[in-house]
Design a protein around this ligand. Structure first.
Ligand code: ADP
Length: 212
């Protein structure tokens, strides 16, 4: 099963992805997470990526497509998982076209696209309160989903989760990623989720869609 989460930054894609992947034994393919991992190597390439990410600009299609190709074609994914859940990829029409061909070459296709809809104001408020636990990767929100008290956590805030950068990321999403909505509408696999709801509710709705 190939599922894709499409939606603006801070719409709850990552949190939902974690749960859906566990429930369905899907491989969680978050290009943002892959890039954050790569940035830990502080060579020239790592620094180049870190710079773009901190401003909210996209990394070039060729780099991202290559990263994704290696994973989609790896034996581990084919044998150990029931499919892939894409989070934050594709983000441009060029990436979507590349993915379509890559999946077709591997006898697969996208089965579900969950489109997370939410207002900009809501997103900004949600993202500035987002914190991530370094140890587990769990995503918390200081207001809506606070971390458990007394837990042994190592929380951090993503460098691109500052208000100025968020506004630019929203702009990039509108210009470069929303054209994908029409791209997937054509094949009738797109399902809308109201992403202003609490995360548990979004997960419940997502699960119902995946039963169809
Ligand atoms: P969010 O959905 O909250 O913006 P991500 O973790 O998906 O967060 O992405 C963080 C940053 O990583 C993006 O702003 C961009 O710089 C880079 N990035 C992630 N995925 C892609 C992609 N598919 N194409 C280009 N750049 C990407």
């Amino acid at each position: 099963m190939i599922t894709m989460l499409l939606g603006p930054p801070g719409s709850g894609k990552g949190t939902t992805a974690n749960v859906i992947c566990k429930n369905h034994k899907l491989f969680s393919l978050s290009t943002g997470d892959l890039l954050r991992e790569r940035v830990k190597q502080t060579d020239g390439f790592g620094k180049h990526i870190a710079n773009l990410m901190s401003t909210g600009e996209l990394i070039s299609d060729d780099i991202i497509n290559q990263l994704v190709k290696e994973i989609v074609e790896s034996d581990k994914i084919k044998t150990e998982y029931n499919g892939i859940l894409f989070d934050g990829y594709p983000r441009t029409v060029q990436q979507a076209q590349f993915l379509k061909k890559l999946l077709a070459d591997n006898n697969q296709k996208v089965n579900y696209v969950l489109l997370f809809n939410v207002d900009d104001d809501f997103i900004v408020k949600r993202i500035v309160a987002r914190r991530i636990d370094r140890k587990t990767g769990n995503i918390y929100n200081l207001i809506t989903n606070p971390p458990p008290e007394n837990a042994d956590l190592d929380l951090y805030q993503r460098p691109d989760d500052k208000e100025e950068t968020i506004l630019h990321r929203l702009d990039v999403y509108k210009k470069q990623t929303t054209p994908l909505i029409d791209f997937y509408k054509e094949s009738d696999i797109i399902y809308e989720v109201d992403a202003s709801q609490p995360v548990e509710k979004m997960i419940e709705i997502a699960e119902k869609i995946l039963e169809r």
